[in-house]
Design a protein around this ligand. Structure first.
Ligand code: PEP
Ligand code: MG
Length: 315
């Protein structure tokens, strides 16, 4: 079965009625980067950069960022790569930031904006190692449009100093505040990416580490409404929007994301073949109908039943 899926890697992620979705990879290492190209991903939708620095004793230097980024970006020459800036949060805090300074769960961005030089060092390393990659920069945990402005200000200054054009800058939408401000954030961003892992936990009041927080819970109507609002806000600005949380690989959620108009799904390379196969089985008109019906329901279970009934009895 695995080989049969791999044999279809060259086929587009297109529904039976001709709606195409871009598939990208979530990666952190050079090995992941190679897996992304092997599985024929359209580049990388999420490069997690904090993982090599979870044991850091201070904010990483530009040289440290470069040494992590260089081999990864080299393996992705010619491809789009979405580099996410350091996303330190309560569930991934290095020793120098632990000690209760993050406040509410998942508030990494204010920490970093309080250290604009830490941001500038990472931006400089990305621009210096981009090589032949089509690099974009993505900011996690954005809560307000002002935070994205502050990031763009630092990025523009770094790009100006290096004499290069600033790359596209995107915002992750993974906090309820960001959903509420999605139009303003979209108007300042070049693209949006929905972090369904954090967004689902935030909306349903579940801790990131709670085993009850599963990818398929993104099908909860309250989460779907947040995703639908975010997609509509991005599309009003003629921007593309991706989903890069684990829900983007779940067969019970993929039809809903497709139906809500999500342009890009970004998943672990190990799931890409399966997601492509799922999309190729779907009918986009049916997905749009069930997604809009799902928005009117009350529980995740009701939504799963609708997806099972209309998309695949085997799910
Ligand atoms: C998310 O929150 O959905 C996401 C993609 O980011 P992370 O899992 O790294 O928080
Ligand atoms: Mg997140």
């Amino acid at each position: 079965r695995r080989e049969a899926l791999a044999a279809e890697r060259h086929l587009p992620a297109q529904t039976r009625d001709g709606h195409t979705i871009t598939l990208r990879a979530n990666i952190a290492t050079t090995i992941d980067a190679r897996a992304a190209t092997t599985t024929n991903a359209d580049g990388v939708g999420l490069l997690r950069t904090e993982l090599p620095f979870l044991d850091a004793t201070e904010w990483p230097s530009e040289a440290q960022h470069r040494s992590v980024l260089r081999p990864v970006l080299r393996a992705l020459a010619g491809h789009p790569v979405t580099v996410r800036t350091l996303d330190y949060a309560d569930d991934k805090l290095p020793p120098f930031l632990s000690g209760g300074r993050t406040g509410r769960l998942g508030r990494g961005l204010p920490l970093m904006l309080a250290e604009p030089d830490a941001f500038a060092r990472q931006f400089r390393a990305v621009l210096a190692t981009a090589g032949d990659c089509d690099v974009r920069i993505m900011i996690p945990m954005v809560a307000t449009p002002g935070e994205l402005d502050a990031c763009r200000h630092i990025l523009n200054r770094v790009a100006h100093d290096l004499g290069v054009a600033p790359p596209p800058l995107g915002a992750m939408i993974e906090l309820p505040e960001a959903v509420a401000a999605a139009d303003d954030i979209a108007s300042r961003a070049d693209f949006l990416s929905i972090g369904s892992n954090d967004l689902t936990g935030q909306i349903l009041g579940l801790d990131r580490r709670d085993p009850a927080l599963t990818p398929q819970l993104a099908a909860h109507p309250a989460v779907l409404r947040a995703i639908a609002d975010t997609i509509a806000a991005a599309h009003r600005q003629h921007e593309r929007v991706s989903v890069c949380g684990d829900a983007a690989a779940h067969p019970l959620v993929v039809p809903l994301l497709a139906g809500l108009g999500c342009d890009v799904l970004s998943t672990a390379p190990a799931h890409l073949d399966q997601v492509r196969a799922t999309i190729r089985r779907l009918d986009h008109t049916t997905c749009a109908n069930i997604a809009h019906h799902a928005l009117t329901l009350t529980t995740a279970e009701q939504v799963w039943d609708v997806v099972r009934e209309h998309c695949s009895p085997r799910l």
